[in-house]
Design a protein around this ligand. Structure first.
Ligand SMILES: [Zn+2]
Ligand SMILES: [Zn+2]
Length: 372
């Protein structure tokens, strides 16, 4: 239920598959009792945003994308006690009711609770048409209204642009390593796809004490970057034999954990054969709705291998994001080095093009600024 009040914002509105976003003035409803309005400082472009734009995943239009964000609290609903205006926060797409069975078990990504924003977007265009919040946030905009469970306080000394990466990509990659795969010291880890999620996984594997970290990506620049962030070996899947590289890197043991962070079906092909006995294939990147894989169950059982899905790195927002902030402040987690470029809202299509071409680790939109 809208209160009838609200604010005007600028937002990049996507109105269909393949269409460039248009910068429009939208109405943003005032926050309801358990919601928060945020001034967006930075929102990184995640590959998931583009999966809606290219039709890989179905969605409703019009919508405002952008879900990996940081900013400052502008207004809080009257039941919100944990946050105050002016406070710097990270905004994530994970929205939890705090009341359902999954929430009680600490399984944020499986929350089934009823939250008002799940059924009514706070955004409306000038014709009175509701505009969806892409992936629960819609932060390619000057402001957002989100549920209080979606934000985490930041210490004042953390750069908001760097911190925005903790909203999705780094949270997902590191969560896949620590929460889903539970990588232990001495393990052999292979990370397929070295974008923002992959580099988050590589850094988390390094922090977990993995003995070998093999980074796999067709882009030479991404393989070089992967080494800077902690990979011990790299491989180009387009012209090298992955089995050979992983065999050499692990002294023949193969991978204890193979994390696929891309949605590419080719990355899953033969992945199970690269696992050591007891090894885990962890599917982090979201493939298209029509992609399937074939597995021989008897062989899976006989070699005690497993396939794990990792939605958002099985992340628990209120626990994992503060832990990552601590790593970042202590210099153990490099976020700043992951940012390849910055754009203002007017030039958002340039940012999308960079991501399409695969030549950036992370590009960040600064919706409240005008860049030269
Ligand atoms: Zn994302
Ligand atoms: Zn819940």
């Amino acid at each position: 239920m809208s209160t009838g009040r609200g604010t005007s914002i600028s937002a990049a509105v996507s109105r269909g598959v393949g269409l460039p976003p248009s910068i429009e003035t939208l109405h943003l409803d005032a926050p309801r009792p358990d919601e928060v309005r945020i001034d967006i400082e930075a929102c990184a472009v995640c590959h998931s945003d583009l999966s809606y734009l290219d039709g890989t995943w179905a969605t409703e239009f019009p919508l405002v994308l952008g879900h990996e964000a940081a900013g400052r609290v502008a207004e809080v609903g009257h039941r919100v006690k944990k946050f105050a205006a002016g406070e710097p926060v990270i905004v994530s797409l994970i929205r939890t009711c705090g009341q359902c069975r999954a929430c009680h078990r600490g399984q944020d990504v499986a929350c089934t609770g009823e939250i008002a924003l799940n059924s009514t977007s706070p955004l409306m265009d000038k014709n009175g048409l509701r505009v969806a919040q892409g992936l629960n946030v819609g932060a390619f905009a000057t402001q957002v209204v989100v549920h209080e469970s979606q934000i985490v306080s930041l210490p004042d000394d953390v750069d908001l642009i760097a911190a925005s990466l903790l909203g999705c990509g780094v949270l997902t990659g590191s969560g896949a390593v620590t929460n889903t795969a539970r990588v232990a010291a001495g393990d052999a880890v292979v990370v397929v796809g070295c974008g923002g999620v992959g580099v988050g996984a590589i850094q988390a594997a390094r922090l977990a004490g993995a003995a070998q970290i093999v980074a796999v990506d067709p882009a030479p620049a991404k393989r070089t970057a992967a080494k800077d962030f902690g990979a011990t070996h790299t491989a180009d899947p387009s012209n090298s034999d992955l089995a050979e590289v992983i065999t050499d890197a692990t002294g023949g043991r193969l991978a204890d954990h193979l994390l696929v962070t891309t949605g590419s079906p080719a990355a899953l092909e033969g992945a199970i054969d690269l696992l050591a006995p007891m090894g885990q294939l962890v599917i982090v990147g979201m493939a298209g709705d029509d992609v399937t894989i074939e597995v021989a169950p008897s062989w899976l059982a006989a070699s005690n291998k497993s396939i794990l899905g990792s939605k958002m790195g099985t992340a628990r927002v209120a626990i994992d994001i503060p832990a990552l902030i601590d790593h970042h402040r202590a210099g153990r987690l490099d976020l700043t080095g992951m940012i390849s470029s910055k754009h203002d809202l007017e030039h958002i299509q340039d940012a999308f093009d960079e991501v399409w071409r695969g030549d950036v680790l992370r590009t960040v939109i600064l919706p409240n600024r005008t860049l030269a």
